[in-house]
Design a protein around this ligand. Sequence first.
Ligand SMILES: [Zn+2]
Ligand SMILES: [Zn+2]
Length: 389
Amino acid sequence: MYAPPGVKTNHNEFPIAETMRAWVLGDPGELSMSEKPVPVPKKAEVLVRIDAVAICQTDLEIIYHGPPALIQGGQPFNKNFTPGHEYMGRVVALGPGVDECKIGQRVAVEIHAGCGQCKRCREGMYTSCHNYGMNYGDHDKGHRANGFTTDGGFCEYQVNNVNTLIPIPEEMSDEEGTLVVTAGTGMYALTELGGLMAGESVCVTGPGPIGLLTVAVAKALGAQPVILTGTRDNRLQIGKELGADAVINIRKEPDVVEAVKKLNGGKGVDYAVECSAATSAVNDAVHMVNRGGRVCLAAYAGDKVPVDVAHIVRNNIYLCGIRGEGKSATHRAEAFMAQKRFDATKIHTHTFPLDDLPTAIRYAKDRVEDAIKVVVKAKMDAAHKEAVE
Ligand SMILES: [Zn+2]
Ligand SMILES: [Zn+2]
């Protein structure tokens, strides 16, 4: 039985074996199921039993290409590394001295713990930690980012810093719990990076999971109007249900910049959040905002993209990238979800057992059956596949 010294457990309610099932990344694109010791929480850490984990576009980047994962200073391949970062579950063991939460607490988990000692961590921007990936050998600064620089969630248990835990209500489904972090990214883009205030206008380009939940958070924050652009009507329809005041299908409306401006008095919006990764999207976004407007880049195209820099300069446009969801934005996103200000489950489409991770990844990657967010669950019967309409 799992009984590391100094670690509090409650085996009656939450029995923990010594080993667990964990997916491990071999060569690019190659995952295999293996058995690993259940990790041991240290000071300021807890052990989380992972009940559900969603697949993110960034997981696919990591599994097939490597970055932004950084394991022992390099690529994540063939290092016994377990990816996966959008998970939720229950606290089942407490590291030495932990009294911030109780065994049994249901939580969503923020990805980045940061090192806690660099300039950015001290500012609350722990997703931009200057010691990113520095958690090995002589470089051990204690940096943790689940599924990026430390083992992640495609397994049964993971250790997490108490600072990364977001308590969630019992009524919230496991699947919805995995979406708290995605909504957190939208919140970080809008409030911390964008300084969005109620009544300001927003355009989100690209109705992927982050784009759709950014729409939902923007509306919940009181943005007006919230405009969503994309290429697929069914995705745009979900955007409407999540709070978009207007949607633009760029296949039908070739001059998307003019269309956005027209929807907001001809001047363009105060803030654009680019979530599409389309080659033309960055340049479109800087033209969609009004003078002095702001643009947040939340997706990256594979290639370098041309941008009209003179337009940005002449019009005092602010441009920023986003990394993850810092400054406790995820806590505030969860508060909206707990209040049912929007229904994040509209973007969840499929659930598979943890054993079927390769199938789940195929659904997410190839958008099989129009998959948006695909979730895997360790406790699901392997014979049972649940498709959510
Ligand atoms: Zn993600
Ligand atoms: Zn740091």
